[in-house]
Design a protein around this ligand. Structure first.
Ligand code: IPD
Length: 277
């Protein structure tokens, strides 16, 4: 097993994430070269690719034995397999649709998982200068200030984030609409901002009480997972039970009680797993 010192891993990754943030900040207002991936609304730009390259080049030079799962590398045909080995899981630009439209709710997400558990989580919105960080067992931070989930347990008082996602599969679209319809009259408010990763971080920050989504990928949740846990929030599967990073479903909430209340109401949807191939 490769050697891992979480604090050192965090420091090295933070420097690279800040450099990557410069790329995103410089590019967000400019014209982008946009390509489609799994659907007409699943997008990638030259910035997504440049950020992933910068991060993987820098991290693999500092930690030559570590493994990688990167959104654009997987889109390019690499396998998405999580082993016990130290593995950096990277979403170079989460909320690519927002980035394409210059809407400033977008971020870079970098996590280090070891023995199939998160050790380091970094989520950076370079437009709003929001840097979320977490080390296992050491709390979660926004720009060096400790953060914590709201503690809300009452569904009728909960502000809930969900997403439309990037799939036009009719069953998936029906799941999105059914769940919004079900929850709309039961919760305080529903929002869809366009970044699963940032939605989770805002649960960690306490401004949002829960968020859920079907069809996300391991790179959307890997870093925010630790930020939420270290902020005292919970992450479970959408039907309850343990969260599975590769299962492409997430429900996160300020408390277990609130998470379970939402899980009971959700129509379920199972996309193909990230590690199916
Ligand atoms: C997407 C965002 C979006 C969510 C999609 C994700 P990407 O990530 O997190 O909020 O609805 O399911 O794929 O493609 O912008 O990295």
């Amino acid at each position: 097993m490769a050697n891992v010192e979480p604090q050192e891993c965090l420091s090295v990754a933070l420097k690279l994430v800040k450099q990557a943030g410069d790329l995103v900040r410089d590019a967000i207002k400019k014209k982008k070269n946009i390509e489609m991936k799994s659907s007409a609304v699943d997008l990638v730009t030259e910035t997504d690719k440049a950020v992933e390259k910068l991060l993987i080049t820098g991290l693999s030079s500092a930690f030559p034995d570590h493994k990688f799962i990167g959104e654009e590398s997987v889109a390019g045909g690499e396998k998405c397999v999580l082993t016990d080995e130290p593995t950096w899981i990277i979403d170079p630009v989460d909320g690519t649709m927002n980035f394409v439209h210059s809407f400033p709710y977008t971020c870079i997400s970098v996590a280090l998982w070891v023995n199939k558990d998160a050790e380091v989580g970094i989520v950076y919105n370079p437009i709003l200068e929001h840097m979320f960080t977490a080390l296992k067992g050491q709390g979660a931070y926004l720009n060096d200030e400790k953060i914590s989930a709201s503690g809300e347990t009452d569904l009728s008082k909960a502000l809930v984030f969900s997403e439309m996602g990037t799939s036009h599969d009719p069953e998936k679209v029906d799941t999105v609409i059914t769940n919004i319809t079900t929850l709309l009259t039961k919760v305080h408010g529903i929002r869809a901002m366009g970044s699963c990763t940032l939605n989770m971080c805002h649960v960690a920050l306490g401004g949002v009480d829960a968020c859920f989504e079907f069809g996300i990928h391991s790179w959307d949740t890997a870093a925010a997972y630790l930020v939420v846990k270290e902020a005292g929030g919970v992450i479970i599967d959408t039907e309850g039970g343990p969260f599975d990073l590769m299962r492409r479903r997430v429900l996160c909430a300020s408390t277990q009680e609130l998470a379970e209340k939402i899980a009971k109401l959700l129509k379920q949807y199972q996309p193909e797993r990230d590690d199916a191939h």
